[in-house]
Design a protein around this ligand. Structure first.
Ligand code: PLP
Length: 325
């Protein structure tokens, strides 16, 4: 029998410890409410604005916590990550703040703005051809050759614990909730949020929201085993994962009440709502949880509902296109 890699799952204690590490480093993002949203849905909605987090998304929390958790020799050797999105910028920025060298493996056809932002935070960007090369292999090779620690985007105890601090702050600020709606890609944010809610607001139902085109999370949740799908087509580019992680799935199975999905049209409508009503720029992926409430996918009438707005990184040209559609 092969020995399986079975790291211990993070617990609430790890989320609380991450909150200590992040104090004064991550923004304590605002929680906003909207009478329009409340009257449209019949619930009391509390939006946690991680679109206003450092580097533009909650990913800074997990990335910073993971790097800050390394011992001195690992810090000195640096880290490596592969991502074309918010994880890349989070790791680059967290590394810069902690004085840890970062290498980010990005596809050669990634938006120039994202490559520039990642370099701007001080990372070394290694480009690869996404059609002929395997980014994980490149990442592993760089890790092995340079002694760097790989920081994955979601399936890692310190990443999950760091992501959970957004829900921790939200519940500490507004009090117990009946429902907590969280977007779902690989499940780092959802599993960390579920750990925080179970401890700080027992009885709160936690629901994951994924794009309709990529409902692997719901299928995994319902079948009890991780379902892998082809890369989904959706404007929610931060949630185009093909499978949940081993650790995130284990926590989600135990602590999450359900998983639902929303359409791209609902995401566009929700982006427009946040711009018109709350003057907030929320990227398509960041709208997943809110869209489920505003479009009645999850009934919220009479309930106190936490909604995490996970990120705000959308370039102006794409934003204009979405709003015109
Ligand atoms: C990464 C990301 C997600 C998905 O988070 P997971 O932890 O992979 O589930 C959602 N929204 C934004 C803005 C992201 O950057």
């Amino acid at each position: 029998m092969p020995v399986e890699f079975a790291p211990t799952l993070p617990t609430f204690a790890d989320v609380a410890e991450a909150a200590g590490r992040l104090a004064g480093m991550a923004h304590r993002t605002p929680v906003v409410t909207s009478r329009t949203a409340d009257s449209r849905t019949g619930g009391s909605l509390f939006f946690k604005c991680e679109n206003l987090q450092r580097a533009g998304a909650f990913k800074f929390r997990g990335g910073y916590n993971a790097i800050a958790s390394l011992d001195a020799s690992a810090r000195a050797a640096g880290v490596v990550a592969f991502s074309s999105g918010n994880h890349a910028q989070a790791i680059a920025y967290a590394g810069a703040l902690l004085g840890v060298s970062t290498v980010i493996v990005m596809p050669a056809d990634a938006p120039a703005m994202k490559v520039a932002a990642t370099r701007g935070y001080g990372a070394t960007v290694v480009l690869y051809d996404r059609y002929t090369e395997d980014r994980e292999e490149i990442g592993r090779r760089i890790a092995a050759e340079q002694g760097r620690t790989m920081v994955p985007p979601f399936d890692h105890p310190a990443v999950i614990a760091g992501q959970g601090t957004a829900a921790l702050e939200l519940i500490n600020e507004v009090g117990p909730l009946d429902l907590l709606l969280v977007c779902l890609g690989g499940g780092g944010l959802l599993s960390g949020s579920a750990l925080a809610a179970a401890e700080l607001s027992p009885g709160c139902r936690v629901i994951g929201v994924e794009p309709e085109a990529g409902d692997d999370g719901r299928r995994s949740f319902e079948s009890g085993r991780i379902v892998t799908i082809p890369v989904p087509q959706s404007i929610a580019d931060g949630a185009l994962t093909t499978a949940l992680g081993q650790m995130t799935f284990a926590i989600i199975r135990e602590r999450v009440s359900g998983i639902v999905s929303v359409s791209d049209a609902m995401l566009v409508d929700t982006m427009r709502f946040f711009i018109e009503r709350l003057k907030l720029v929320v990227e398509p992926t960041g709208c997943l949880a809110a869209a489920a409430a505003l479009h009645g996918i999850v009934p919220v009438r009479g309930k106190r509902v936490g909604v995490i707005l996970s990120g705000g990184n959308v370039d102006p040209a794409s934003l204009a296109r979405f709003l015109a559609s």
